[in-house]
Design a protein around this ligand. Structure first.
Ligand code: NOJ
Length: 442
């Protein structure tokens, strides 16, 4: 396999899932703190208030990153920790935390890859109608500008927004924070966040920061289970709504006619202002791809059920389809003639509840090893076929707050004891360490 010597090997987390320290040192609440406090929203009623407590244990995280030998750590800044009101004054203690984090990573020779928005809007802005009100675009640009001016000289890799679809899930169907359920608002919110992405890219260029900036968009390619017209139409519809909604304007420069005409006829078309499309399509330095799986679909429920009984599945009942990474990379090149490099910003899988241990006492997460090695094989093929892929981040460094699944879905290559907040490598941590060493010819 052909991962060059500059290929970036990484691990990823996000602020809202690992930091905890939710009400400490002047941090304001985010929409996830408020959402999680409502009954019935999160598995077992858990909250991210403490999570892995990286707010106090960042050195533990750096030690674990060093153990694996990664080149880079993908993390995010909690907007409401550095700007509790979402706008205006900075919270010095919050800023100081990230200063210490980046220093510590750099001292360890690990490049920070920093996401500005990983789903955790300051609640103060939600109270002003959140992502639905266009005012949020300016607020995001203001926050981004402050971060670039503070950290632009030490952070080499940035992304504006992680998986903008989460905004739609939060406003359009209520599944995520802030739990609003209005299709038209959902569409407006996801439009606004893409415009905000562009405004942040402008702020980045204006700040003179030296690194690279991109956006992270997840692709879950639909596949027709049956070779019928109805199934093919369903694939088209779901692809349009679930990921092309974001990649089309950002990588291609416009929404598709399909999306515009369907949303218009459904009465849910967003307000698109002059200049919005240009902003969404601002040149970026790389495309961050989150890829976990494909999604086989059919209009026939029975066909979907049969598929889920017959395929190649992991213990968590998700399909084992590592070619998904190759397909996604090829797709964005075919659709948009992509000229910028791709970085796989997330890929990984989860155990549900307690994962089994081997005789050595370590969590024997053989499914995770199988999954990741399969994806890396297909990623290698993509590189061999000439696609420009610069890095791979495994999700996740450690078990953490998996949004509505709470602490029940475990994505880490380190286990986290949520009582003691100690972490311990799983088998996959050793495996990934060895894989990286080998890839680097060590
Ligand atoms: C998507 C998100 O970016 C991340 O926050 C989440 O934990 C993983 N994928 C796994 O679901």
């Amino acid at each position: 396999m052909s991962f060059g010597k500059d290929f970036i090997w990484g691990l990823a987390t996000s602020a809202g899932q690992v930091e905890g320290g939710a009400a400490e040192d002047g941090r304001g609440p985010s929409i996830w703190d408020v959402f999680a406090s409502k009954p019935g929203k999160i598995h077992n009623g858990t909250t991210p208030a403490v999570a892995c407590n990286s707010y106090h244990r960042f050195e533990r995280d750096v030690e674990n990153l060093k153990f694996v030998g990664v080149d880079s750590y993908r993390m995010s800044i909690s907007w409401s920790r550095v700007m509790p009101e979402g706008s205006g004054a900075l919270n010095e203690k919050g800023v100081d935390y990230y200063k210490r984090c980046f220093d510590s990573l750099l001292r360890a020779g690990i490049k920070p890859n920093v996401t500005l928005y990983h789903w955790d809007l300051p609640q103060a802005l939600e109270e002003k109608n959140g992502w639905v009100d266009r005012d949020v675009i300016g607020r995001f640009a203001e926050y981004a500008d402050k971060m670039f001016r503070l950290f632009g000289d030490v952070v080499p890799l940035w992304s504006t927004v992680n998986e903008p679809i989460a905004t739609y899930v939060g406003y359009g169907n209520g599944g995520f924070a802030p739990g609003r359920c209005n299709e038209k608002e959902g569409n407006q919110a996801r439009h606004n966040i893409l415009v905000a992405h562009g405004a942040a890219v402008d702020a980045f260029r204006a700040s003179g920061a030296s690194g690279d900036i991109g956006i992270v968009i997840d692709i879950w390619k639909r596949h027709a289970i049956r070779d019928t017209e109805e199934d093919r139409a369903l694939v088209l519809d779901q692809d349009e709504r679930n990921w092309k909604f974001y990649t089309d304007p950002v990588l291609g420069g416009s929404y598709s006619d399909y999306i515009l005409s369907h949303l218009a006829s459904e009465g849910t078309l967003m307000d698109i202002r002059p200049g919005d499309l240009e902003l969404m399509h601002r040149p970026i330095d790389y495309y961050g791809l989150n890829v976990y799986n494909r999604v086989p679909v059919s209009v026939d429920r029975q066909a979907e059920l049969d598929f889920s009984q017959g395929g190649n599945f992991l213990n968590n009942r998700t399909e084992y389809y590592p070619k998904a990474v190759y397909d996604a990379i090829k797709l964005v090149h075919d659709l948009y003639g992509l000229k910028i490099p791709v970085i796989v910003t997330e890929n990984g899988t989860y155990g549900i509840g307690e994962e089994p241990r081997g005789e050595d006492g370590l969590i024997a997460d053989t499914d995770r090893i199988k999954y990741v090695s399969g994806f890396l094989e297909w990623l290698g093929k993509a590189i061999d076929d000439g696609y420009d892929v610069r890095g791979y981040y495994l999700w996740s460094l450690m078990d953490n707050f998996e949004w509505t699944a709470g602490f029940n879905f475990k994505f880490g290559i380190f286990e986290t004891d949520f009582q003691t907040l100690e972490t311990r490598p799983k088998k996959s941590a050793y495996w990934y360490r060895d894989f990286i060493r080998k890839a680097k010819g060590k």
